[in-house]
Structure formats: C-alpha cells, structure tokens
Design a protein around this ligand. Structure first.
Ligand code: SF4
Ligand code: SF4
Ligand code: SF4
Ligand code: FES
Length: 954
C-alpha cells in the first residue's frame, strides 16, 4: 500500500562547521552543533515518539511525549528542545519513559473522538500512530469528563476544514502560519483546558488566512484536513512534479487515486519551495478536469461559422493546408507563431523550431514580450546574461532588500514567505512602489523606507539612489575597480553624480521626499549584502529596459553581484518565463540568446534541423498585430497564450485577430483568443505531460505526467504532428529527446538531461563542463560578459501624459488568488476570494468625484473605456488608481495603451492616463459588444460539443 509518510526528523536541520557526537541507545551519531537530541536520534534510526514537533518548525516542547533520559542529567528532558552536547549518552526507551508517555497519551485520547475508522486521516494520523507507538491499551480517566467533543466544525474555507473536536492544541498550525508562511493568522486562545486554536474573531474564510495550506500540512491529526481527501479518501500513489502557476516553481507531490489527483502536497525536498506552497499550487488544480476543457480538435472557415469537431488528423491537415495556402498567396512572412511561458521548455522549443523550420521565417515571439523582455535586454547588456543572478536561498544571507515594482506576497507568495523570514530576522527593507503593497507593513515586518513614487519614475528613483551613493563616496570602490569596465564606470559616475540626478532635482518626477531617498540609498550602500528583487513594475514601462539597467548599475556600484545574499533578481511572472526566453522564442534570437544574424549560430541549427534559417529577425507580437491590421500578416499559431485578454489595447488586438485568415489556437479552454480562432488544437494541462519548467532562479525542474492527456495528445506531440502535416519531419519519442537536442544546441544547457534531473532533483543553468551540477549564483569571479558595464540611464518621462481630460494614472497588477488572465483560477474555488476586477483609488480622488466605496465607476483612457466597482483605499496615493486583469469582462486592457519599452516593445501596462467617474449604466459600449460576441462564440462551441458522437458535417 502506498504510504505518503516521509521521515520527519522532528526539528529543523542545523548548519554549523562544528559537530558533536552523541550516543542514542548506544548508537553513535555525529551532528552539527545545535542539533536537537530528537533529530540526532532520528538520524541514528531511533524514532522518539512526538506530537508537537515536526522538522519544518522550531521545537516548542509542549506535548511531553518525546521525553528521554540523559546520563548525568536529572529528570526526563524533552528531546525536541534539548540540544546535543558532545559525549551525551541518551536513552529513549525505559519503563519509566514508557509510563510517562502512556500517561500523556491517555490524557490526549480521553478528549478525542474515538471515530478512527470513519476519520479521513485513518492510517495517516500521527496521534493514532503515537497511541500505537507508546502501547496505549486503556484510558484510565475514561471518556466522560469535560471535553471539547461538541465544538462546531469550521467549513468556511473551500479547500480545508477545521474540526476543533480533534485538536490536541499542539500549536503546530500556529507555528506554521507564523514561521513558514509569516501571516500570523492563528492564535492559541485561553489557557490550560480552555486553550483552543482560533483564526482570530472570525472563521477561517473571513480571517487573515491566505489559504497557503502550511497549517494543514503541519497538523498531526485530522483537525485541519483537505476537503479533497475527506471526499475522495487517501491516495494510492504520488508523482513529483512542478507547479504550473508562477515563476517560483514550487515542487509538489501530486497524490493520486488512479488517474485522479486527490491532493497536491508541497515537496519537502523541492529546492525552490522547501515544502511550502501557496493557495494556487496547493489547492487550485481542479481546473485541469473542469467540464469546460476542450477535448476534441475543431475547425471552421470563418469566426461567424459554427465549429466542426474533427479528428486530430483532419485538424492537422486543415491547419497545414491553410498555412500553405496563405504563404503561397501572401508570402512566407505572412504567418507566425506565439509560444507560451505556461508551456514546457520542450514545447516552446518545438514551436519556435516549427516556425523557423516549418514556416521558414523568424516570426516567433512569446508572451515574455509583454512581461520580462526588458530583463533579457537590460541584464544581457550590463552583466552579459539574460537571467537573474541568484537562487532563492540567497535571500537568507541578505542584509538589505530592495523590492521594486513587485508585489511578492501576491505574485510570488512562497518566495515572499522566505523573504519575510529574513526580514523578521532583521534584514533592512526598502520598498519602491506607487502602491502600499502588503510587504510595507505585515506582521512583524515593516519597511525601513517605502519610496512611494509616481508610476513611470523608476529610472529617476534608481538614478537618484545611485547619485547619493557616488556623491557621498559610498560606492564599492575595490569591487568596481576589479570587476567593472573603468571607462564606463567613470562616465556612469559622472552621469548619475550630476546635480540633475539628485533626489532633490528629480523630486518633481518621482514624488519621493529627498530625505527618504537619501536614507534608503545610505541603508542599501551600508549593507554588507544587498539584494534587489524586481517585477513587472520595472519592466512594463516606456523605459523598461533602462529600468533594468539602473538595477544592474546599482547592484554593481554597491558591489552586490557574485556571491550569496546579493544580486539582481527578476521575479518572473509565469511558471516558465525564463524558459520560454531561453528556448529561442524571440524573433531575433535562437535558443541560448544567440542572434539569428550570426552565421555560425545559424549553421549549427541548420545542420541539426536540415533547413535554412533566415538571417533577418522576424516580427514581434505588436508588429504581428499591426501587420495583421495592415493586411500583410494572415495566419498565426498560438500555443497556450491568451493574447486577446493579456495584451494591451484590446480593441487593436481584436481588430488584428479578426483580420487573420487562419488563427490556430492550442489551449485547454475556449479562451478569449480562441473565440477568434479557425482551428483549435485541444491543449493539455501540466498534469498531462512530461517536460521541464525553468523558474526565476534559472532552475530547471521536471514536470511529470500524472494522468493521460484528456484529448489524447500532449502539447509537444501536437506540434510534432502539425509540423509533419506541413511537411517538416520532427521525430521524438519522448520529451527527454527534445531536451537532448536543446542541450546539444545550447551552450548553457550542455550538461542538462533527464537522467541528471532525476538524480539532482533540479538544475540551475548554466550547466555544462564548467558547472556540471549547475550554477546557484552567477558572475562569481567575473561577469559573463567579462567586466560589468555601467550604462547611462537618462530618465525620460513617458509620453503617456495626464491632462485635464485624463488626470489620473492607472497602474495594474495581480492578486494572490487569481492568476494572470484567470483562465485556470476562475475555474476553481479561488473565485470566492476575487470574482471581479475592481478599481482601487484614494479617498481624495473618490471624494472629488462623488464616488463611494462599492460604486460602479467608468474607467476611461485615450484607448477605450470600461466599468468596474470602486474600492476606496489608503493603499493608493492621490492621483493613482489600480486594477487587476483577471476577468475578461472587466476589460482592463481595453484601457491600456500601445506605448512600449524603447528597446523591446514590452507594453507600458503600468502607466495609462485615465479619468474615473461614477456611472449608472453598468457596462461600457465595449463591454456590451464583448458580451454579445463572447456569448455567440460560446454558443457556437457548445453546439459543436453537443454534436459529439454525430457524424460531422463537412
Ligand atoms: S489544529 Fe492540528 S496542528 Fe493545530 S493545534 Fe490542533 S492538532 Fe495541532
Ligand atoms: S492556511 Fe496558511 S495562512 Fe491560513 S491559517 Fe493556515 S498557515 Fe496560516
Ligand atoms: S508560489 Fe507560485 S509556484 Fe509556488 S505554489 Fe504558489 S503559484 Fe505555485
Ligand atoms: S515532541 Fe517534544 S515536547 Fe512534543
């Protein structure tokens, strides 16, 4: 029978260069200084009974079950709270200990329901195990005394229950919420017999709880229990895989009954998450089997036509014939493809290969275009490599953190919890954000500085920080002399040192009080290890690439690259943003960020692929849209990406999609883009395929198939078969062979293969002869480009200006419970936390417009308008409003503009001049048109689904 029990050492591992040797029941064991007797015993193979201890939490010493005897010591100390000392002789089994432990267990069991056989945790309950371990046969106190057996269950959370009748008040849940998650949502109320666990004055759902599941994981009984397990029962096997939501890349064990997932358990050995999770990866996986899943290929001539369900063969043949027809009529360059940062490295590699080899052009781009393309450009230029420099563990060595343009507690929650642990230990924190994000003030964490800048002023703020550092002589002189290009530094120093870059001179643009900015600069410069974490609030700007360069400049000028605790850390939005960029998804770069114009690089790929590769870069996504509207771009293959919802200036995107003669969409749902499609290839979820994702740390992790693809083919197989239909043969039996090809063609991947991934668990690239097991942090001795290069980063205000008509600035972001376009999370219980996008605004802006909290308001820009509900909040500064884009009908991107980063065309989602007004009509014109179109398309799809089993009209 499958057992999901993993060895629990009782207390966390200690790191120390000094070791001590103890004897446990006569067995010698050598452990790092500071290790508990309980952990040493477990390492010696001796399992001391325990209840309140678990190795993910600091010991607490409340249950008194783990008592031991130690030679030369009086009494029976708790092994979980007693540190080992050299030469200790520990006894874990004696009559005296057995009697004491039985006495403890009798007390627990006398106040515990005796319903083991019908309990969902039966066979998987530590209390039950311990009753067996201590040999409990009788409860002398009886079961009739005062007890807690009549308390009500809290069923408010959609994913887990809290049944206080089963609680032994070990406080593992409270400590998990404090120590691991850092939310502090739980407390022990009352004392002695009266003590009980509480989620504040409310139920779980209304409390501060963020449903990360850490308490459920820590609970030794079935008090906190996943509803999926209560419903389906315990798993019969498990498969280790990687979360498909955000760029943290948490490792999970998918616990299964046959082909059905019953629970996702964060993997203790996962190097990105160390056993922690957030609500999305832990609980929001139900979308994978949602009835909306498309399970049959479909085709149609026009988007006004009903869909026809067809066989895979017919769909491939039709799609290929359309591409060939269009290329014959309009030219080779009239077609292109879009890869997805949601898909695996192998799938992404194949799509760009199909475009380059099958379509015969470089018209391939990825959704990273609209998020982190400036990261690639900015970091490659300054440091020589298009990726973040550190692993997540690095934050444990940081003395001061800058978080700029990122909201980790919502966007990268598991990493945020790690960061908060370090902040609680005393590391300094500087938040640079227009909005008061949660990190500015959360339990036991308060930012030293919150530089609440005006949206669009990142470059000005970063230049001003650098100004203070160089003009006050705080720069890392030796580091710069040794590691950086002298001439570029001298120029850079003169540039940022100029008075026009002082905090005072830039205040009119930044809105940040100069004394705060100066204080923050001094704090960061003085920290022995300073690390910068950033997100889309840096990249999605008119000066996105310049913003990334200012970050690299600041890290170099303070000597903060090349060791643990420092670095430039882009927090990647989607699960495989790093990977989709690495895999050559950009129109100018082949895998490994090598320019298509380089004849040697092309020769390498041409020899392997047996085709000629065009030397000219192809079209970027915005260029594809423009060309479609102009009539020169006619067909597109989009894998796993909802451009109609996620890209800016929705009406322009819609116009582009309507202009295409053939749109081929490969996706799991009829998303907004698929509503404009002529061919649908059903996609597969991450649970249905093998492959790899690369997270924000450059960590390549395996995605493993836990169930067969619902539509019969995994995504990589679909691309292979589509290529074959086009006449280009790609032959692979398994994604591991695709990775072998990637490794053969990409210098930073030469040492990567599935066997090694199996062995090591995960690998951070570069992985090659110089770094056979990967590279946790980069640029150790020297930068990848040799010397680090400072760039001159002149601040230029965005062309998107406020005026009388559009006096406010809209900025956008995401929320914890929903994910990106929401296609997955909207099909889970996560909807209960966020079922509509809302507009956050400051009380002053609300009041001057007569808007009250909860009013319906119109949001208008030069591009379009929509309506949303207003949320009046002091998170916002006057003049700035904020919304999310998780719900298609709210149309946040109808309002955003086509302004973009000067270097990469990454859209400027973060700055749109808008007006907000109270309205009576509940939908804008666009929303009404959208609704009619969307309803019609859903109806057409339903008709096709309804005709399942019937002969298809052709
Ligand atoms: S809910 Fe579970 S973890 Fe929390 S105190 Fe009760 S038994 Fe312990
Ligand atoms: S689910 Fe997470 S946030 Fe909620 S109470 Fe448990 S540990 Fe705390
Ligand atoms: S933090 Fe990101 S990768 Fe981890 S469980 Fe949450 S969504 Fe998944
Ligand atoms: S396990 Fe040591 S006191 Fe509870």
């Amino acid at each position: 029978m499958y057992s999901n029990k993993v060895v629990d050492y009782g207390t966390p591992k200690r790191q120390s260069e000094n070791t001590v040797t103890v004897h446990v029941d006569g067995k010698p064991v050598c452990v790092p200084e500071g290790t508990s007797v309980m952990r040493a015993a477990t390492e010696a193979g001796v399992h001391v009974p325990k209840l309140c201890a678990t190795d993910s939490l600091e010991s607490f010493g409340s249950c008194r079950l783990c008592l031991v005897e130690i030679d030369g010591r009086r009494g029976t100390p708790a092994s979980c709270t007693t540190p080992c000392e050299d030469g200790m002789q520990v006894t874990t089994q004696s009559k005296k200990l057995a009697d004491l432990r039985r006495g403890v267990m009798e007390l627990y069991i006398s106040d515990h329901p005796l319903d083991c056989l019908t309990c969902p945790a039966n066979g998987h309950c530590e209390l039950q195990d311990m009753a067996g371990a201590v040999g409990l046969r009788d409860v002398r106190y009886g079961y009739e005394g005062d007890n807690h057996l009549t308390q009500d269950k809290d069923e408010s959370n959609p994913y887990f229950t809290f049944d206080p009748t089963k609680c032994i008040v070990c406080s593992r849940c409270v400590r998990a919420c404090d120590e691991i998650q850092g939310t502090l949502a739980l407390t022990v109320e009352g004392r002695g017999f009266e003590s009980k666990i509480a989620s504040g004055p409310t139920d779980f759902m209304s409390s501060e709880c963020v449903s990360c599941g850490a308490c459920v994981q820590a609970c030794p009984t079935s008090t906190l229990m996943e509803k999926s397990i209560a419903d389906a029962g315990q798993p019969d096997h498990a498969v280790t895989t990687t979360c498909a939501y955000c760029g943290v890349g948490c490792s999970f064990r998918a616990e299964m009954q046959g082909n059905e997932v019953v629970r996702m358990v964060p993997h203790k050995d996962g190097k990105a998450n160390h056993g922690h999770s957030c609500v999305k990866g832990r609980f929001a996986w139900g979308y994978a089997t949602h009835p909306d899943r498309i399970q049959q290929p479909m085709i149609r001539k026009s988007i006004q036509d009903p869909w026809q369900e067809v066989s895979w063969e017919e769909a491939f043949a039709y799609a290929a014939s359309e591409i060939q027809r269009i290329q014959a009529k309009y030219g080779k360059g009239s077609v292109g493809g879009i890869t997805s940062s949601r898909c695996t490295n192998e799938e992404t590699f194949l799509v760009q290969k199909l475009v380059r080899a099958g379509f015969g052009n470089n018209n391939v781009d990825t959704c990273a275009r609209v998020c982190h393309s400036p990261t690639g450009y900015g970091l490659k230029s300054t440091l020589g490599e298009s990726a973040g420099t550190q692993d997540f563990d690095s934050v444990e060595h940081t003395d001061c953190v800058i978080v700029i343009g990122a909201n980790p507690t919502d966007g990268h929650p598991v990493f945020a919890s790690r960061m908060k642990q370090r902040l609680r230990e005393g590391a300094g924190l500087i938040v640079i954000d227009p909005r008061r994000i949660d990190l500015v003030r959360t339990p036991h964490v308060e930012a030293d500085y919150h530089l609440q800048l005006r949206p669009g002023a990142n470059v000005a703020v970063m230049n001003a920080l650098a100004h203070v550092i160089v003009t006050e002589g705080l720069e890392a002189k030796d580091y710069i002399a040794e590691r950086c290009e002298a001439e570029a530094f001298d120029k850079g120093k003169a540039f940022v040192g100029d008075e026009r870059n002082s905090p005072e001179a830039l205040e009119e643009h930044t809105g940040v009080p100069p004394d705060q900015l100066r204080g923050a600069a001094r704090l960061f410069a003085a920290a022995p290890n300073g690390a910068i974490y950033y997100g889309l609030g840096v990249t999605e700007h008119h000066q996105g690439s310049t913003g990334v360069m200012t970050i690299a400049n600041l890290a170099m000028v303070t000597g903060n690259i090349g060791r643990p605790g420092v670095g430039v850390n882009p927090l990647r939005g989607q699960n495989n943003v790093q990977g989709s960029c690495d895999m050559g998804s950009f129109p100018h770069e082949l895998p490994g960020y090598r320019h298509v114009s380089d004849p040697d690089v092309r020769a390498l790929f041409q020899a392997k692929w047996g085709v000629e590769i065009q030397p000219e870069p192809g079209l970027r996504i915005p260029n594809m849209f423009d060309a479609a509207v102009d009539g020169s771009f006619k067909a597109m293959y989009v894998q796993g990406e909802d451009i109609a919802q996620s890209d800016p200036d929705t009406q322009h995107v819609q116009q582009a999609l309507e202009s295409l003669e053939c749109l081929i969409v490969q996706d799991i749902f009829l998303n907004e883009t698929a509503k404009y499609a002529h061919v649908i290839f059903p996609g597969s979820s991450f649970l249905e395929k093998d492959g790899t994702f690369t997270n924000a740390e450059r960590r390549i992790s395996r995605v493993r198939k836990v169930m067969p693809p619902l539509a019969g083919l995994a995504d990589w197989e679909v691309t292979v078969r589509f290529a074959e239909a086009l006449g280009y043969d790609m032959r692979y039996e398994h994604p591991s062979q695709i990775m072998d090809e990637i490794a053969a063609l990409t210098p930073t991947f030469t040492g990567v293969n599935y066997d090694k991934l199996e062995q090591l668990g995960s690998i951070q690239w570069p992985c090659n002869d110089q770094a056979p097991t990967g590279t946790p942090y980069m640029h150790e001795q020297e930068f990848v480009r040799g010397k680090g290069k400072f760039f001159l980063t002149e601040f230029l205000a965005t062309p998107e200006r406020t005026n009388k008509r559009f006096p406010l600035i809209l900025t956008t972001g995401r929320i914890l419970s929903q994910y990106n376009v929401g296609a997955q999370t909207r099909r889970t219980h996560n909807q209960q936390w966020h079922d509509e996008d809302v507009l956050e605004l400051h009380a002053h802006d609300a009041e001057t417009r007569g808007i009250e909290h909860g009013d319906l308001v119109s949001l208008q820009s030069r591009k379009g308008d929509t309506t949303m509900r207003a949320v009046v909040t002091d998170r916002m500064q006057p003049g700035v409003v904020y919304t999310t884009f998780h719900h298609p009908e709210s149309g946040a991107n109808v309002v955003t503009t086509d302004n973009s980063d000067w270097a990469t065309n990454c859209p400027e989602y973060k700055v749109t001049a808008v007006q907000v007004a109270r309205v009576v009509a509940d939908k804008s014109e666009w929303q009404q048109r959208y609704e009619a179109f969307s309803d019609r398309q859903e109806e057409l799809a339903k008709q096709a689904f309804a005709s399942d089993g019937e002969e298809q009209p052709r």
